[in-house]
Design a protein around this ligand. Sequence first.
Ligand code: UFG
Length: 339
Amino acid sequence: MKSILVTGGAGFIGSHTVVELHHAGYLPIIIDDFSNSHPKVLEGIEEIIGQAPIFYEGDCKNPIFLRSVLDQHPELEGCIHFAAFKAVGESVENPLKYYHNNIGSLANILSEMNRKEIHQLVFSSSCTVYGQPTKLPVEEGANIHSANSPYGYTKQVCEQMIRDLQSSGTPISSVILRYFNPIGAHSSGKIGELPLGTPDNLVPFITQSAAGIRGGLTIFGSDYSTPDGTCIRDYIHVVDLAKAHVSALKWTSKNPSKCEAFNIGTGEGKSVREVIDTFQKVNGIELNVKLGERRLGDVEQIYASGEKARQVLNWEPELSLADALADAWCWQQNLSLQE
Ligand code: UFG
């Protein structure tokens, strides 16, 4: 059984990936500092996989901590690096927090991987690296424009750091996954998204509104040049996204000393209005929705070309927007029951 380090493994995408790694026969070893997650997530993982996951609490910015974890696991063969901050608005207000954490942690991880001769890496990137693309669906070879936020810039720098390391002759094989908009939850309802405070993202805001935790839902802008005037995104079920990490890991084991970036989305753009309508329909709930101003920094529309991931990683999404919104609501209801 191959051991894989999963930094940020108690987070939204990390926890679902831990489950899929287990199902695929890997042994995930989790690091998380709970800065944007909760220890209860580990219980949810345990209930799904039937055993407590191996876990170390700590911060990847701390090289001594990282070194001690890797020294305890000489059998590690790869790393999936999620641990990073991801709130666009917060990164504008507090850029150094993002530079220290997102860039510092990756530099530490790569140094430690080098020291321990661990050569397989899967890195969490974002479609934010494209900004507003000129051609849709966006392909991996599209021009990378200057970033809209410090958060976006950290992802660009991290991608470059990995490429530079690979170009230097270090025998590392890496996959950069550029996520589109991850949503949904595990179908068991035992793990899901756990935003701390008021959610920034659309789907957790919808589920919290439906649960009566938030007031009405505001659509940020209805005068865009899109068919219904609202922004378009590519919403990918988190379980499909988690499975993409397993496919990526397999690719790294077969392609030594290579580095490739892949879009991970559905290939289909859905508007904010369509997401709200689908949520209402699939869950039989009426939301209190109002139209508001555009949100600063939003791109009008972006959705992925999934061709490269399909052809090279042999991965494609299996779940629909309706599946994701039903699972997200099931998770929200379980959370509300626990409180
Ligand atoms: N939206 C609303 N009302 C809300 C929340 C969101 O109308 O209450 C709209 C946004 O304006 C946007 C769409 O819903 O048009 C999706 O917004 P999200 O915040 O859910 O997602 P983003 O596309 O803005 O951001 C996501 C990730 C970021 C990443 C970015 C890349 O959360 O980490 O995609 O495009 F950088």
